[in-house]
Design a protein around this ligand. Structure first.
Ligand SMILES: [Ca+2]
Length: 261
């Protein structure tokens, strides 16, 4: 179903021109990866996950909802909340990323981002941006931000000025609804809102290099209580572990990707 949503959305849009790209439209099929579950961990059913990061043995999570938005430090193995900061009820929290000794958190429609001390969660400053705020990650030099469209924005991590943009496309045209992000070994991974799929993106061109099909992660029992969509990608660069979860999901998964045969 997720694929149909994506293709349907893309099919009504004209194909973008990418003169800088040597890859013709409707060329080779884009590989679809599947997954193995390596480990399963508990996840807070009250967490409407909008941002997920793993760094130095610690999971950081940002949650959304008016009156329910938080920034959390979470113990991976138990799901226990080790530290939490609640946002004012006027803000709908969105993506988070660490950057050095800071944590950056977006808000959905307020055009305001928050910068916290990574250890204390103290608010250090705010910044503004013109679009909606959805997901955020970084490539070591630039912040990378999504806004629910097919456009990713590159931001200076010190001044938060927009320094570039990237239009994401596959063989069918623009890939919209790009949501939670993670930069992994030179690629941008993005949840595609309202699907069970993650899209892998080349930062240099915006071209999709693969889709990851994650349907089936939750069991029927997991869905007896309300769950929302897959959202949340975190990567432990030190141990090469990939984590995913979803909004109100009872579980967080370490997965490995399987290349198509
Ligand atoms: Ca992430």
């Amino acid at each position: 179903m997720g694929l149909l949503v994506v293709l349907g959305a893309a099919s009504v849009l004209s194909c973008p021109r990418h003169p800088e790209s040597s890859v013709p439209n409707n060329s080779d099929p884009i590989p679809i990866y599947t997954y193995n579950v390596i480990s399963t961990y508990p996840h807070d059913r009250n967490a409407f996950t909008q941002g997920l990061v793993f760094e130095d043995g610690v999971l950081y999570e940002g949650t959304g909802g008016y009156g329910h938005s938080t920034l959390r430090r979470v113990e991976l193995e138990t799901g226990d909340i080790l530290q939490i900061r609640e946002l004012s009820a006027q803000f709908f929290g969105e993506g988070i990323t660490t950057y050095g000794d800071r944590i950056i958190q977006l808000t959905w429609k307020s055009n305001i981002g928050f910068v916290y001390d990574k250890d204390t969660f103290e608010l250090l400053r705010e910044f503004t941006y013109p679009t909606e705020g959805w997901g955020i990650t970084h490539d070591g030099e630039r912040l990378i931000m999504s806004d629910g469209t097919a456009t990713l924005h590159f931001l200076n991590p010190q001044t938060f000025e927009v320094i570039g943009q990237l239009e994401v496309f596959d063989n069918d045209g623009p890939v919209t609804r790009l949501n939670e992000l993670e930069y992994i070994k030179g690629e941008i991974y993005a949840n595609v809102w309202q699907t069970d799929r993650i899209v892998r993106i080349t930062p240099e061109t915006g071209q999709v290099t693969g889709w990851v099909e994650l349907e089936g992660l939750l069991t029927i029992e997991d869905r007896l209580e309300p769950v929302d969509v897959l959202n949340g990608i975190a990567y432990d660069a030190k141990t090469d572990r990939l984590f995913v979860t979803g909004k109100w999901w009872p579980k967080l998964f370490e997965i490995e990707l399987i290349s198509p045969a």
